[in-house]
Write a protein that binds this ligand. Structure first.
Ligand code: NAI
Length: 643
């Protein structure tokens, strides 16, 4: 089936649309590109054409880019080079068409979609907020590979092309016009065809049908300063041994600043190397996990009113954030001061995130102090976040079930209590689900949605959807000790502590994991979490005696880690005081492999025991929940690549 439709009108203009009947044209699959190549090949042979116009046949959408998943099927750098070589051939022929060419878009044109636009002489876009243009490739560990780098550079110049390619962020229609990425804006999709025709008419009138020549933006005299500023702004947190793409992009642009076509041609050499690099493989896994996890939380939970019990660290944040995201929230706590403190913290959160007075007032109006817990009677979802004690939780749930509507979901934020122990006291345990947020809740994306054998599937699904509506990353987990994240993270931390007790320097352990890509190593992480929490959370999982004793000794002295200013390290506010010394790279790499073993093996057994659905979800959980480096693709994916 052809993905393209083509008509030729009386003026000699060829009108091309991407056929909307086939959803796959949201991305440029290899089949779509091959057909385009044939079309362009046929068109260049005809001599009665006065112009070519491409319009999206899909209202509100254009092209989301190349089909990333198809790249997985290309087995090596040579196959990647062959593929992009043939796309370059198509795009170069399109760019060199002997008549004026114009493209009109309404909606998203990013990655390969933007590269397709750039092969046209003129780009017209709607001023709609849906119109977004960008190069997200850096986030996948690559650079544009369908000829877009040099063509974008020719249009927007050095500073803007660096911003586009290094941030990966899309820009809207106004910004695209201001930077020269597009040439003209129209009000709506229905204006695109007319605007394209007017331009073709103008070219065929005054210009006699001669193709316009686009001069490149001049190389700025202060190019070095622009590179330096871009490096400071976009690369300061990147490391070439972790994610080589942004550094390769910098070099690519610097090397071909005077010749945009050479820049485009050089993609053929660099792109296959980056595409087959371990970092790009890992980042493509991450992209895939994000997609799968978001889809698993899609849909309307039907929840409008949420009641939260317990306004402490977690409950307060859950209530505040949930109201910020548009839900009506009531908050109860046995201690009225805790409710007031939670609402004060909510105001701070809203001021930081929502900025305008109207929005702040709106969010605050959705969050109500409810010391008597009256909201329980009308809530669609009740979330318990009281102390981590089974007897306390049982009392709360018994009362909750009496007061709740019959179809309300009853949820716990417990991090370690088996759902079965709470379900014991319920008449309808099918309504009970765990919604395990992480601390700090407004910041961390992962939510473990915990189900027990008693939990109704529909309840788990609605909890997943609720997390999706909060714009979080929900992962379904069976109620088993530590769920996924604590089960895999704590043994890794304990392993690090055991290594330290066996004589390896703490700083050396932590540096090995920072070198690997973790935000911090296991010893510093224990201090950061708090040594008391690190100890207590592991009790249901089992802690080696020497590790438990070391933790207890510190706890006994009141040295709880960052929060008390001293733990395994001394702390200076938010920073652990440690040498951060340089250790031989091969030693550090070997140490990282050893330290990761407990995490890898726990992730694997969580998969084997059905705690998570599959290895991808285990990897996703560790990336979204613990800061495990995305470019490694998750512990299980990384381990699978090591032999
Ligand atoms: P917290 O001690 O800061 O807050 C608990 C709040 O519950 C207090 O304000 C207390 O007054 C209130 N409370 C206690 N018993 C109550 C009752 N019977 N009725 C009404 N209110 C009651 O505790 P935190 O840290 O917020 O933990 C709450 C839950 O969240 C626990 O189950 C914990 O395991 C879980 N959790 C904690 C995380 C953390 O990092 N703090 C992370 C993820 C889960």
């Amino acid at each position: 089936m052809s993905h393209w439709k083509m008509d030729c009108d009386a003026d000699g203009y060829v009108w091309l649309t991407i056929d909307v009947a086939d959803k796959s044209v949201n991305v440029l699959t290899h089949a779509v590109l091959e057909e385009l190549d044939q079309i362009i090949g046929d068109l260049v042979k005809q001599d009665n054409i006065n112009g070519l116009a491409l319009l999206s046949g899909k209202p509100g959408g254009f092209v989301y880019g190349a089909d990333v998943r198809q790249f997985e099927l290309l087995k090596d750098a040579g196959a990647v080079a062959d593929h992009i070589g043939s796309v370059h051939h198509t795009m170069n022929r399109l760019a060199a068409a002997p008549y004026p060419t114009v493209v009109g878009i309404d909606g998203v044109a990013v990655g390969g979609g933007l590269e397709l636009l750039l092969a046209f002489d003129r780009i017209i876009a709607t001023a709609s907020p849906k119109t977004q243009l960008g190069f997200p490739e850096v986030g996948l560990g690559i650079l544009p590979g369908y000829g877009g780098s040099g063509r974008a550079y020719r249009r927007v110049g050095l500073e803007q092309v660096l911003a586009l390619m290094l941030t990966g962020k899309s820009i809207n229609a106004d910004k695209a016009l201001a930077t020269g990425l597009v040439d003209e804006l129209v009000a709506s999709e229905s204006d695109l065809r007319g605007a394209a025709k007017s331009w073709l008419d103008a070219q065929n009138g005054a210009q006699n049908g001669i193709k316009p020549v686009r001069d490149m933006k001049p190389v700025p005299a202060d190019a070095d300063a622009i590179f330096k500023a871009a490096s400071d702004a976009y690369l300061s947190r990147a490391r070439p041994d972790h994610t080589p793409a942004p550094f390769a992009i910098m070099d690519h642009i610097r090397d071909h600043m005077t010749d945009p076509q050479a820049m485009t041609d050089a993609e053929l050499t660099i792109f296959p190397v980056l595409m087959t690099s371990p970092a790009s493989k890992g980042l493509r896994r991450l992209f895939d996990y994000q997609d799968k996890v978001r889809k698993s939380g899609r849909g309307d939970s039907g929840i409008k009113h949420v009641h939260v019990i317990g306004g402490g660290v977690m409950g307060g944040d859950i209530a505040a954030y949930t109201a910020m995201m548009g839900f009506r929230v009531t908050l109860s706590d046995q201690n009225a001061d805790a409710i007031n403190a939670a609402i004060d913290r909510a105001r701070v959160l809203y001021e930081r995130r929502l900025k305008t007075e109207d929005k702040i007032a709106d969010a605050l109006s959705r969050l109500a102090a409810d010391p008597a817990g009256d909201g329980m009677a009308t809530a669609d979802l009740i979330i318990e976040a009281v102390a981590e004690r089974v007897d306390v939780k049982q009392v709360v749930f018994r009362d909750m079930e009496q007061k709740a509507k019959p179809d309300a979901i009853l949820a716990t934020n417990t991090s370690s209590i088996p759902l079965a122990s709470i379900a014991e006291v319920l008449e309808h345990p099918d309504r009970l689900v765990g919604i395990h947020f992480f601390n700090p809740m407004p910041v961390l994306p992962l939510v473990e949605i915990i189900w027990a054998d008693t939990t109704a599937d529909a309840v788990t699904t609605r909890a997943m959807q609720f997390a999706g509506q909060l714009k979080k990353m929900p992962i379904r987990c069976k109620s088993a000790p530590g769920f996924l994240v604590n089960r895999a993270l704590l043994p890794y931390i304990y392993g690090g502590i055991a290594k330290m007790l066996a004589g390896t320097d703490a700083d050396c352990i932590d540096e090995a994991m920072v070198d690997y890509g973790m935000p911090m190593g296991p010893i510093e992480l224990a201090d950061q979490i708090g040594l008391d929490v690190t100890h207590d959370a592991g009790v249901p999982l089992g802690i080696a005696d020497d590790v438990a004793a070391a933790l207890q000794e510190h706890i006994g002295k009141g040295n709880l880690g960052r929060k008390s200013g001293r733990g395994f390290y001394e702390w200076d506010g938010k920073k652990a005081i440690r040498p951060r010394a340089a250790y031989p790279a091969s030693d550090a790499a070997a140490l990282a492999v050893e330290l990761l073993q407990p995490m890898i093996s726990e992730c694997q057994s969580a998969v084997n025991e059905g705690v998570v659905e599959n290895a991808d979800m285990a990897d996703a959980g560790m990336i979204f929940g613990t800061g495990f480096p995305g470019f490694r693709g998750g512990p299980l994916f990384w381990a699978s690549q090591q032999n």
